[in-house]
Structure formats: structure tokens, C-alpha cells
Design a protein around this ligand. Structure first.
Ligand SMILES: *[C@@H]1O[C@H](CO)[C@@H](O)[C@H](O)[C@H]1NC(C)=O
Ligand SMILES: *[C@@H]1O[C@H](CO)[C@@H](O)[C@H](O)[C@H]1NC(C)=O
Ligand SMILES: *[C@@H]1O[C@H](CO)[C@@H](O)[C@H](O)[C@H]1NC(C)=O
Ligand SMILES: *[C@@H]1O[C@H](CO)[C@@H](O)[C@H](O)[C@H]1NC(C)=O
Ligand SMILES: *[C@@H]1O[C@H](CO)[C@@H](O)[C@H](O)[C@H]1NC(C)=O
Length: 409
């Protein structure tokens, strides 16, 4: 079995490590939104809408320095990386009850027809990106996971997590934390099942298209979004009919990619205009090279996609970083559905640059998903952590859809 310390290391690495897509120009914040340009060509319907998500859960009190400027940001990384400092478990000294309704911005896309349109994929992005991680706007035929899912016949829901993109951006220490993000994912999943999500999307659709009734619900995550999705399988196993976790695996190699390698800076100081609404504790890759190291180094990519990814990346929070240990690696003993771990061969934060031989699936099954109907892993070649930005991404998406298809999803 994996030792807790391995889990802990993974945890501390993941929390701070995601990049995001959010360019103000292509991401209007008000009014009805047209489908992405690819959607019309495929006969698909997409709608963007606000969801008032009531979330109740226990965030954590986690000790560590605040980040109010770039100097603090380096202190934050140094503090987290120094071997003799308290680990993330010890830093948690209490709970913060949260019972609040958050505004979450979501996009639902449905194909024009087909049996699989009744299967809804619910995709949760990682830290460092917003929902555009799944819907890359540059050469979408090569990179957009949403477009590929539609082409494969699926309906798909993407959303900006709390603190990200167009969703609410509350306190970065006490509010934007893993435990409440998990509750938000659960509430969104319940609202998808009850038809509420479809109702909100339908209200935005002027074309006369009637959305299908969804009969199955599967979950897809990336990085921090996979940590949340794995926790969903543990705490709310009945919420899903199957899942794929990308950019996340329990591995003894995970802890080696330091916080400092991410080159975090204080978002608002880095770009006071773009990130005017990110207060104390919102941090982001400060330079192109740190974004590159974090998400693309070792992979195969068109430099345009590196520039794009850096441009649309999103800040994460100190609270997300420090709280992930609270939900990280929860055993999902009651999860009985199919699960695929889809990994990038040259993932730096997850596998220290090489996922081959970096984990033991037998141990992972025993520790986390002993009753999964199916547990498979797949390593996408020549690809790094930010796999939707890499060459050959669509061939990887096909591997994921084939997994669902083999399992009746
Ligand atoms: C965290 O540190 C405490 C105190 O030093 C230690 O008892 C515990 O085993 C550590 N936890 C992990 C996961 O390393
Ligand atoms: C992107 O897609 C176009 C059209 O499908 C194709 O010609 C091109 O080779 C693709 N580029 C990459 C990097 O996959
Ligand atoms: C698993 O299911 C059993 C039976 O319903 C329940 O008693 C138990 O609390 C569940 N465990 C978890 C971790 O949810
Ligand atoms: C994986 O773990 C299992 C169970 O602990 C062990 O029997 C097996 O030898 C391990 N595989 C490798 C390649 O280390
Ligand atoms: C592209 O991805 C597919 C699916 O994982 C894989 O079979 C193929 O070898 C990859 N091609 C390259 C050039 O890496």
C-alpha cells in the first residue's frame, strides 16, 4: 500500500499546480453566449448560463503565510518546499463550516442527435485553468475536448470552479478550498440529474432546439479537478455512472516537482487589469517558462499552444493548495462503476517527468477503488500535464471515449 507520506506529497504538489484558460476578449461575462464557432458546423447546441449552487461543507483552517504581493508569493513557495517545515496535514488545525450559495458559470453542449446524447459528461478543470481547458479555442478541431466529445456523440457540461474564470471569487484562504469545491461538484451533479441544469441551459437557447433528457452521468477530471472527482467517487459514489481521471495518480514520484518550480506570483500584482478581481491569496505561474515547465515540458506541442495556454491561464488560491490534503486520496470503497486513469507520459507535477513505472495500479486499486467494476490506466505518449494543449490530443480523447464505450457508456 502507498504510504500516507506519498499521498501527502502528491497532494501538496497538486494543489498549487494547475494552469487555466481565461482571456477576457473571448470570454464575455454577461448575456447569452453563442455556441463556439465549431458547434454550429457540427450541428451542436451550446449554452452558457449561471448556476446558483447551494454548497454546505467543512473547509479547513490551514496555517501558513498570506500572499499579498510577489515577495510573499516566493515566501509561500519557499515555506511549502522547505523540508523541515510542517507538512500539510499538521498545518490543518481546525474546520471552517461553510453554508452558502455560489454563482458558478457553466456551459452545456449537446450534439444534434444520437443515443449517446443522453450521456452527460461532467468535466472539472484543474488548477491554473478555467473551463476552457476542455474547450481550447485555438484550432479547436485539434484540441477542444468538448468538440471531440460532441463528435463522439456525448453531451458535456463544463464549468468554472469556484474562484476561477467567470464564477464567484471569494476569500482565497478560507473559502476557495477543496472541501467546498467537492460539495459544489456534488450539487452540480445532483442538479444535472434532477433536470435543473437542462432547464437553466434551455432558457438560454433561442434556436428552438429542445435539449435531450440525460439518462447517464459520467465524470471527467484534470489534475485538481481529478482530485475532486476522485473524492466525489469516495463521498458520493451514487452520483456517477463512471469516471476518467486525467493528470492525477498516486505516485511516489509526485512530490518531487516543487512549488517553486511553478514560479508563482501574486496575480493582481502581475496583471492589475486582467486580475483586478483576484484579491489576497490568488496566485499564478508568473512567467511563460514556469507555465511551460508545469504543463508542457517534455511533451510535444505547437508553440502557439504554449502562448495560448499562458494567455488564458487562471490563478489558483493559497487555500486550494493548503486544503487539498483534506480530501486527497479518500478511499472510494463504495464506488462500483468503471474508472480509467488517463495519464500523460511526461507529466512533470504528477510523475516527475515520466509516468511509466511511476505507480502501481494494484496498490492504487487496493487503497482507493477496491470495488470499481473496472480500473484501467492508460499512458498517452509524448504528452505533458496540460494534455489538451498537446499534439495528438484528439487521439488521446478517442482512447477515453473508447473506454466509456467499452463499458456501456
Ligand atoms: C506530518 O508531520 C507529522 C509531525 O511531524 C508526522 O507525525 C506525520 O507523519 C507527517 N505526515 C506525513 C503524511 O508525512
Ligand atoms: C489540425 O487539424 C487540421 C485539420 O483537421 C490538420 O490538417 C492539422 O494537421 C492538425 N494539426 C495538428 C497539430 O494536429
Ligand atoms: C459505504 O456504504 C455502506 C453501506 O451503505 C455505508 O454504511 C458506508 O458508510 C459507506 N462508506 C462510505 C465511505 O461512504
Ligand atoms: C505492485 O504491488 C503489488 C501489491 O503490493 C505487488 O505484488 C507487485 O509486485 C507490485 N508491482 C510492481 C511492478 O512493483
Ligand atoms: C497518438 O495517440 C494515440 C492514442 O494514445 C497513440 O496510439 C499514438 O501512438 C500517438 N501518436 C504519437 C505520434 O504519439
Amino acid at each position: 500500500m502507498l504510504k500516507l507520506s506519498a499521498l501527502q506529497l502528491l497532494l501538496s504538489t497538486y494543489l498549487c499546480g494547475q494552469a487555466v484558460f481565461a482571456s477576457p476578449t473571448s470570454h464575455p461575462s454577461a448575456g447569452k453566449q453563442q455556441s463556439p464557432s465549431w458547434a454550429a458546423a457540427l450541428g451542436a447546441t451550446c449554452a452558457k448560463f449561471n448556476v446558483a449552487v447551494p454548497a454546505k461543507g467543512n473547509n479547513v483552517v490551514a496555517e501558513g503565510p498570506r500572499v499579498d504581493n510577489n515577495i510573499d508569493a516566493v515566501t509561500f513557495m519557499w515555506d511549502a518546499d522547505t523540508w523541515s517545515h510542517p507538512n500539510s496535514t499538521v498545518r490543518i488545525t481546525g474546520t471552517i463550516p461553510v453554508d452558502q450559495t455560489f454563482n458558478i458559470v457553466a456551459q452545456l453542449c449537446v450534439p444534434s442527435s444520437g443515443d449517446k446524447s443522453e450521456i452527460l459528461q461532467i468535466a472539472t478543470h484543474g488548477a491554473g485553468f478555467d473551463r476552457r481547458y476542455w474547450d481550447v479555442e485555438l484550432e479547436p478541431e485539434n484540441y477542444s475536448y468538448v468538440r471531440a466529445a460532441i463528435k463522439a456523440g456525448y453531451s458535456i457540461l463544463t464549468y468554472d470552479r469556484l474562484g476561477v474564470g467567470e464564477s464567484d471569487k471569494p476569500d482565497a484562504y478560507t473559502m476557495v478550498q477543496a472541501p467546498i469545491q467537492l460539495e459544489i461538484l456534488q450539487q452540480i451533479s445532483l442538479m444535472a440529474r434532477s433536470g435543473k441544469i437542462s432547464q437553466l441551459a434551455q432558457a438560454q437557447i433561442t434556436s428552438g432546439v429542445t435539449l435531450p433528457k440525460f439518462s447517464k452521468f459520467v465524470h471527467v477530471g484534470h489534475s485538481y479537478g481529478s482530485i475532486l472527482t476522485s473524492a466525489l467517487l469516495a463521498k458520493y459514489p451514487d452520483s456517477t455512472d463512471g469516471a476518467i481521471l486525467t493528470g492525477f495518480v498516486l505516485s511516489p514520484q509526485t512530490s518531487k516537482f516543487s512549488q517553486s518550480a511553478r514560479g508563482y506570483q501574486f496575480a493582481k500584482e502581475l496583471d492589475p487589469v486582467k486580475w483586478a478581481d483576484r484579491g489576497s491569496g490568488y496566485i499564478t505561474n508568473g512567467a511563460l517558462y514556469s507555465f511551460h515547465t508545469h504543463f508542457l515540458a517534455g511533451g510535444t506541442f505547437d508553440p502557439k499552444l504554449l502562448e495560448y495556454g499562458f494567455d488564458v491561464r487562471q490563478p489558483t488560491t493559497v487555500g486550494e493548495s493548503r486544503s487539498s490534503i483534506a480530501i486527497y486520496g479518500l478511499p472510494a470503497h463504495n464506488f462500483t462503476k468503471p474508472l480509467q486513469l488517463f495519464l500523460a507520459e511526461n507529466d512533470n507535477p504528477v510523475c516527475d517527468g515520466d509516468c511509466k513505472g511511476a505507480y502501481n495500479l494494484t496498490q492504487i486499486r487496493a487503497a482507493l477503488y477496491p470495488n470499481a467494476a473496472v480500473l484501467e490506466d492508460y499512458i498517452q505518449p509524448a504528452t505533458a500535464h496540460g494534455f489538451t494543449l498537446q499534439k495528438n490530443a484528439t487521439a488521446g480523447y478517442q482512447v477515453m471515449f473508447d473506454f466509456f464505450g467499452r463499458n456501456g457508456l
